[in-house]
Structure formats: structure tokens, C-alpha cells
Design a protein around this ligand. Structure first.
Ligand code: ADP
Ligand code: MG
Length: 228
């Protein structure tokens, strides 16, 4: 699905060059639950943003289903994001004055679907994240864990092969974090899910692969022995 060969990302700020990450080699497939970990500033978010086409890269090559992307324009990356990527953020990025249903529905309306076509699909996905009881509740009334489950529902309904999540449990208590990770693990059965976290204990047993970064480089790739 995705392959990175010697990919490096630099930031240019007022004539100063800073490194986001350096010479990353990585191959990611559908059905994987990949965790990127490492201390703050190690390049996790930058790597995730390149994978999701939000950031450009300066060196190397990223292949999407075998197709080179180094020549991609802004518009090409926009198309890539629309077709391939759904994002989940630490801060949920939901519309608080909308209900759970409306938040999920919005993704589909923005993608050209009509209201009457999407009801069953939305009910089904809200069920999968365990929020049927809260379908008509405004997001502002929900707990952090529930909000993140709405965000997962939104990512799922976009129906892309790849879901990326940057510190999705960063604002959650241990119990809610576990629920969120377990839902993402289920979703990863037929998608590629890439999660960034500095809290490796929380996700280790679910990951099919763990990628550890330090100072902008991958220092270790391994498969969790505890993976179930
Ligand atoms: P992490 O997510 O692991 O905390 P980041 O990917 O955010 O790390 O950052 C990796 C490196 O890139 C850090 O040295 C950081 O200072 C640098 N960096 C990130 N974003 C920018 C930016 N917009 N401009 C300049 N440097 C940046
Ligand atoms: Mg980060």
C-alpha cells in the first residue's frame, strides 16, 4: 500500500533548515495496526503528516500502490488525501454544537452524498463505535472517550484504506484510551491504521508493528510479542 524509501523531511524557516526526519525506510500494508513511538520531538508527527500527504518531503520516494509521489503537486496530494486518508486528532476536531449523527453525516454530505442515502450507513458505523444511545446527543455533552469514538466513526465513514491518528489517546483516561485503541484495532482488520503515541505500553499488545523513532530517525522496528 505505502512504501517509503530513504525519505527525509526538512523544514525551512527564515533561512534556517531544521530536520523533521531523516532517511526513513518503511513498508506499510492493509490489515496492519502500526504504532509510531518515541519521545517528544523525535519526528513522529512529521512522519505521520508525510504519510498522510499533509506535508511534502524533500528527499527519497514515497510510493502509493507502487506509484511515485515525489512529483506530486498540491492538487495531487489533495486527491490522495481524499481517496486514501482519514485523520484522527488528539483534540477530536468535532463540531460541538452538532449531534453525533450530524458529525458523522457531515463527512458524507461534504463528499457529495444526499441526506436520505446515508442514514443506514451512519447508524451502522455509530453502532460499531458503541454510541447508538448517544446518536442524537450533542458532542459538547460527551466525555473525551466518547468524543474520540465519534472521531473514529467519522474517519470510518470516509471509507478510505488508511486511517492515521496522532496521539488519539493523549487527552483520555486509561479506560477510555483502551476502548479507543481496541476500536482502532478492530478497524485495522481491513484497513491500514497508523497511530502515533509516546505511550507505548497502552498500545503495544495491539500493534502488528512498532516503529521507534529518535532524533528524526527510525531506531527500531519490531513486532510485538504480546500482539493478540
Ligand atoms: P514529535 O511528533 O515526535 O513530537 P515532530 O514531528 O513534531 O515530533 O517534530 C520533529 C522535529 O521537527 C522537531 O525537531 C521539531 O522541532 C521539528 N519541527 C516540527 N514542525 C516544525 C515546523 N513547522 N517548523 C520547523 N521545525 C519543525
Ligand atoms: Mg507529535
Amino acid at each position: 500500500m505505502l512504501k517509503l524509501e530513504n525519505v527525509s523531511k526538512f523544514y525551512y524557516n527564515k533561512g534556517i533548515i531544521a530536520s523533521g526526519f531523516t532517511k526513513v525506510n518503511l513498508e506499510l500494508k492493509i490489515g496492519e495496526f502500526v504504532v509510531i513511538t518515541g519521545e517528544s520531538g523525535s519526528g513522529k508527527s512529521t512522519l505521520l503528516n508525510v504519510i498522510s500527504g499533509l506535508d511534502s518531503y524533500e528527499e527519497g520516494e514515497m510510493y502509493v500502490n507502487g506509484e511515485e509521489t515525489s512529483h506530486y503537486s498540491e492538487k495531487d496530494f489533495e486527491d490522495y488525501r481524499r481517496k486514501y486518508i482519514a485523520n484522527i486528532f488528539q483534540s477530536f476536531n468535532l463540531i460541538n454544537s452538532y449531534t453525533v449523527y450530524q458529525n458523522v453525516e457531515l463527512v458524507l454530505l461534504l463528499n457529495g452524498y444526499k441526506k436520505h442515502e446515508v442514514k443506514k450507513k451512519i447508524y451502522d458505523i455509530i453502532e460499531q463505535v458503541g454510541l447508538t444511545k448517544f446518536r442524537n446527543t450533542k458532542v459538547s455533552k460527551l466525555s473525551g472517550g466518547q468524543k474520540q469514538r465519534v472521531a473514529i466513526a467519522r474517519a470510518m465513514v470516509k471509507d478510505t484504506p488508511i486511517i492515521v491518528a496522532d496521539e488519539p489517546t493523549g487527552n483520555l483516561d486509561t479506560e477510555s484510551a483502551k476502548e479507543v485503541i481496541e476500536i482502532l484495532k478492530r478497524v485495522a482488520k481491513d484497513k491500514l491504521v497508523v497511530v502515533v503515541t509516546h505511550n507505548i505500553e497502552q498500545v503495544e499488545q495491539y500493534a502488528t508493528r512498532i516503529i521507534k523513532m529518535h532524533d528524526g530517525r527510525i531506531i527500531r522496528k519490531y513486532r510485538s510479542k504480546k500482539n493478540k
